[in-house]
Design a protein around this ligand. Structure first.
Ligand SMILES: [Zn+2]
Length: 393
């Protein structure tokens, strides 16, 4: 099924896919999803936050909900998000073919802006649904072109005034299950095509803005410079050094934007985004140490520094009973902890939630090399079909 969308949102510059919430590619994918849902006899609706729901049966409390997202990181792989959506549609088709009608309402959901690739906050659609992000703060998020989330939402046909917590939509979910391509080499090492998720480690994003003095690259002596690129570079090195001292910590600078960004111009500001993930409660302590190193480097160059947290999530453990139930149902497949964030982890504090992972033979994700073999994709969809059938009883 993913072959049908292989040409949508290809990124010629980075490779892979760039599909960002409410952009042309993501809207085309929403259309693709709605077409499939219609062919399966599902009723599709878009909620106040731009999440799409396709219902089998009357929407209502106690529903079994499955799904994932269709947006990507810049230059992402083909499977992160779409595999969960396509597998959900495949599973509904298989249940239809088995005959009968589920005893509970069943829905396939597509969450908006899971990657935070356009507006910076990951799982924005599920955070808004559950009230995990303030509605006004979300409306004012800006994409790299300066368009606010409210403006983008209006252009996509939503009412920006209605963006925010949606207790009615949340209250319909009895159980949520998300299937996702595995994003590391956990399943390669376990020798299993499928696993049930156990935990998602704490993670967050911080934006560091270094401000110096923009100036001429030829006419400004080195001694007269306040160049924000220097403390930014020192901070990149400090991130690796400090994270290496914390067991199992992950800390990354994957985005660094000097402004104005000319070869013959000393930058006036540099924005640096830090992604930090530490198992247990150590994320803030690591970020504090990185911030101290960044402040010292900024002071050395006569630059100012502001640090702003863009998002933060605690460690999430998926529902114990559900994990055991699904593990047993699927013949004792292994459990897997992950360092990758998911909508299921945003929902988990509110409703019993679970995840299924499908093996990724490259162990690479958020990059074009991300992959899943057709046989494993089939196994994943079959597992999801059995899980939905079981939960709908
Ligand atoms: Zn994903």
């Amino acid at each position: 099924m993913l072959a049908e969308i292989a040409d949508i949102g290809c990124d010629r510059r980075r490779g892979g896919y760039s599909r960002h919430v409410f952009d042309g590619a993501e809207r085309e994918l929403r259309g693709w999803f709605a077409d499939h849902a219609a062919r399966l006899g599902l009723d599709t609706e878009t909620d106040r936050n731009g999440n799409v729901w396709a219902w089998w049966g009357t929407p209502g409390p106690g529903a079994v909900v499955t799904g994932s997202h269709l947006d990507s990181v810049p230059g992402g792989g083909a499977f992160d998000g779409p595999l969960g959506v396509a597998s959900a549609l495949t599973a509904v088709g298989a249940l239809r073919a088995r005959g009968g009608t589920p005893a509970r309402p069943l829905a396939v959901v597509v969450f908006a802006e899971e990657e935070g690739g356009r507006f910076g906050v990951p799982c924005l659609g599920s955070r808004l649904l559950t009230g995990a992000i303030d509605a006004e703060a979300a409306r004012n998020l800006r994409d790299p072109e300066g368009v606010t989330f409210a403006e983008a939402a209006r252009a996509a046909g939503l009412d920006p005034a209605r963006i925010g917590p949606d207790p009615e939509a949340l209250g319909r979910i009895g159980t949520f299950v998300e299937l996702h391509v595995e994003q590391g080499r956990g399943l390669i090492d376990l020798g299993s095509p499928v696993a049930v998720g156990s935990t998602v480690i704490a993670h967050g994003r911080w934006r560091f803005t270094f401000t110096g003095q923009g100036n001429h690259a030829g006419a400004t002596p080195l001694s007269d410079r306040r160049d924000p690129m220097l403390p930014a570079a020192a901070t990149v090195a400090a991130v690796r050094r400090l994270a290496a001292g914390v067991p199992d910590a992950r800390a990354t600078v994957g985005r660094l934007v000097p402004s104005p960004g000319g070869t013959n111009v000393i930058a006036s500001t540099v924005d640096l985004w830090l992604d930090a993930r530490v198992p247990g409660g150590g994320t803030q302590a690591l970020v504090d140490d990185i911030t101290a190193a960044a402040r010292a480097a900024a002071a050395d160059e006569g630059c100012a520094l502001t640090v702003r947290q863009e998002s933060c999530s605690d460690t999430v453990a998926f529902d114990d009973r559900l994990r055991a139930e699904l593990g047993g149902l699927l013949g004792g497949v292994p459990e897997l902890a992950t360092g990758a964030g998911h909508d299921a982890a945003i929902l988990a504090p509110h409703v019993p939630s679970a995840m299924l992972y499908v093996r990724n033979p490259t162990g690479v994700s958020h990059a074009p090399e991300e992959h899943a073999e057709p046989a494993d994709v089939e196994r994943g969809a079959a597992a999801l079909t059995d899980v939905l059938e079981h939960l709908c009883r």
